[in-house]
Design a binder for this molecule. Structure first.
Ligand code: NAP
Length: 284
């Protein structure tokens, strides 16, 4: 039976640590780190995500504003707000909740955010810095994956890591982080041949696909560490990951559940990124 990697408990520990560091930051600088979140339109899921981020930031003592803009907002209007937040001295982190309505180009918004305040780590300068092995603001979910891996495998040197999925948000940055940590990395995707064999060769398997239970128990190498990023609904409406947990768990060495694995780490890492951005700006 695999060791269960408890993302909920690990995220709670991260948040408690951030809270203590926020208090020290405030003592030193006379202000709290500030996270401003921008939400455009009426997507119900986005409203829930933003409320959760707002609540989590308040809980650790951060300042900040949620800017709720109508669905009719133009790209020019949104970029003007981003520019204002880039220049605001008390704003350390800027997060624009995606997706944005179709009249706004996501790529232009990402480019417009000051890389020093880009707590989602998606600005091309931060992406380039990550791949160059320089200090950067790194996307939250991939950082969360690395933290979970570190719980069970503090040193991944020489391990074969397979990342299934190559999105800019999850797959590619997770692969870059594993490479930076000296793993040997394979990135698999929808055109990969013999995905089962590729997965079977993994000491560390990260699944970031978005297909319910695509990765079967017999694809898992005995003893492997399995990190399941997927958040899917199965045919009965039940929340499940990309990995067939029931059949993978008896084979894996360690595994994250869904829910309660990677999910809770994302907001915890957002808070950590905001604090990091604040500390870097304050030390300049
Ligand atoms: P995405 O942008 O849709 O990317 C999915 C990736 O999976 C693509 O690279 C795609 O390959 C690959 N893929 C699709 N079908 C495949 C198949 N049959 N075999 C192998 N690879 C396949 O998704 P994402 O944003 O990375 O998110 C992935 C999952 O993580 C989703 O379930 C999402 O909800 C979840 N997620 C969770 C969190 C969290 O906080 N827990 C955060 C972000 C995302 P191609 O590139 O070839 O198309």
């Amino acid at each position: 039976m695999a060791r269960l990697i408890d993302g909920k408990a690990i995220a709670a520990a991260v948040r408690a640590d951030v809270k203590a560091r926020v208090a020290r930051f405030q003592e030193r600088t006379g202000r709290a780190p500030g996270l401003d979140v921008v939400l455009v339109g009426d997507d119900p899921a986005s409203h829930v995500y933003v409320r959760n981020k707002e609540k989590a930031a308040l809980e650790v003592g951060m300042a900040g504003t949620v800017h709720r803009l109508p669905a009719s907002t133009s790209e020019t209007e949104l970029l003007a707000l981003v520019d204002e937040l880039n220049r605001a001295p008390n704003v350390d982190g800027i997060l624009v909740q995606f997706p944005v309505p179709s009249q706004i180009r996501q790529s232009e918004v990402i480019r417009a955010i000051d890389p020093r305040k880009d707590v989602d780590g998606l600005n091309p300068l931060n992406v380039g810095a990550l791949f160059s092995g320089e200090p950067a603001l790194v996307p939250c979910t991939p950082r969360g994956c690395m933290r979970l891996i570190a719980e069970v495998a503090p040193d991944v040197t020489g391990a074969h890591a397979v990342v299934v999925g190559r999105s800019n948000l999850v797959g590619k940055p997770v692969a870059a982080l594993l490479l930076a940590a000296n793993a040997t990395v394979t990135i698999a995707h929808s055109r990969t041949r013999n995905l089962a064999d590729v997965c079977r060769s993994a000491d560390i398997l990260v699944a970031a696909v978005g297909r319910a239970r695509l990765i079967r128990g017999e694809w898992i190498r005995p003893g492997a560490t399995v990190i399941d990023v997927g958040m899917n609904r199965d045919e009965t409406g039940k929340l499940c990951g990309d990995v067939d947990f029931a059949n993978a768990e008896p084979v894996a060495g360690a595994i994250t559940p869904v829910p309660g694995g990677v999910g809770p780490m994302t907001i915890a890492m957002l808070l950590e990124n905001t604090l990091l951005a604040a500390e870097r700006r304050a030390s300049k």
